[in-house]
Design a protein around this ligand. Structure first.
Ligand code: GLU
Length: 298
């Protein structure tokens, strides 16, 4: 398992793909940016497999990630952390938030949330607010359930997620919070977070005892990550991670957000949109050197 010794003085970077499809050029850009910045700052580069989605993640995609990254010749430290092997770590973080009354169970289906949003829009005549990813903010339906009813429904085995009580969490974290962004020349600036724009985010899903936000926050701390290099599509989500770091007493790494590659139609490359995979490019005779050159890392 690749984990940073606590006394390590070298910066620690990580590339953290999800094995729910083959890697595409956008992943190559992210991995190569991590590699370039890790080299520049004398850092270590860890690989983490973000496989909490047990229905969509598959072992052959983990193998694919290893093959593709090996082909690109990226200098990772050997071994990798696999999130599905660490559900206990996330449970520990949830227990600490629960103890302070910062999370609550939510039994709503997507349809129930949609219906509630439509009903409120009908009453107010205004569009219901959406989060930075465009999803409607949770209309707090289960936030008002009494503890007895919530306990009864959990005991009856009703599927539920755990949501962060965002207002309570921001109050508990206290004061205005921020994080530091760095660039390739290590020029830094501080940005303030605005996690309230996400509403009561899910910290544990119905099927797994964690969520992307919780797992990524806990893992970055457990792996001693000092420099998070990720795409601009995750810039807004960073606000949730920084809030969680404060609530859980974890250090806040430095952050760098790299550009996104767009398809010809201006959309972000995505596995779900069949963006051309590195494996397909390789089969077509494209070399790792071609990819590095194309992405500006020659
Ligand atoms: N696993 C996330 C993804 O594949 C990225 C991890 C992160 O930087 O937070 O989009």
């Amino acid at each position: 398992m690749a984990s940073a010794p606590p006394d390590s003085s070298r910066p620690v970077f990580r590339f953290a793909p999800s094995p729910n499809g083959r890697l595409h050029l956008g992943h190559a850009l992210s991995a190569l940016t991590n590699e370039a910045l890790a080299r520049r700052f004398g850092g270590r580069l860890l690989l983490r497999i973000e496989d909490i989605d047990l229905t969509r993640c598959r072992p052959e995609f983990v193998e694919g990630i290893e093959t593709d990254l090996g082909w690109l010749g990226i200098g990772f430290e050997p071994g990798f952390r696999r999130q599905s092997a660490h559900f206990d770590d996330y449970a520990g973080a949830l227990a600490s938030l629960r103890q302070r009354g910062l999370i609550y169970p939510c039994f709503c289906s997507r349809q129930e949330i949609r219906n509630a949003v439509v009903a409120r829009e009908a009453v107010t005549g205004r569009p219901w607010p959406v989060d930075p990813d465009g999803a409607p903010l949770y209309p707090n339906l289960c936030k008002v359930l009494g503890p007895d009813e919530a306990e009864r429904r959990i005991a009856a085995g009703e599927p539920h997620v755990l949501r962060l009580d965002m207002a309570a969490a921001i109050a508990a974290a206290g004061g205005s919070l921020g994080y530091t962004v760095f660039d390739a020349d290590d020029v830094r600036h501080v940005v303030q977070i605005a996690p309230e724009r996400w509403g009561d985010v899910v910290l544990a899903r119905k099927d797994v005892p964690t969520s992307y936000h919780l797992a990524v926050t806990v893992d970055d701390a457990l792996q001693g990550v000092t420099h998070v290099v990720r795409g601009r599509d995750l810039e807004a989500a960073t606000d949730v991670h920084v809030l969680l770091q404060h609530l859980l007493g974890l250090p806040t790494p430095l952050y760098h957000f790299h550009r996104l590659l767009l398809d010809d139609d201006g959309q972000k490359l995505a596995k779900s949109r069949d963006s051309q995979s590195l494996a397909a490019l390789r089969n077509d005779g494209v070399t790792a050197a071609d990819i590095r050159r194309q992405l500006g890392f020659a």
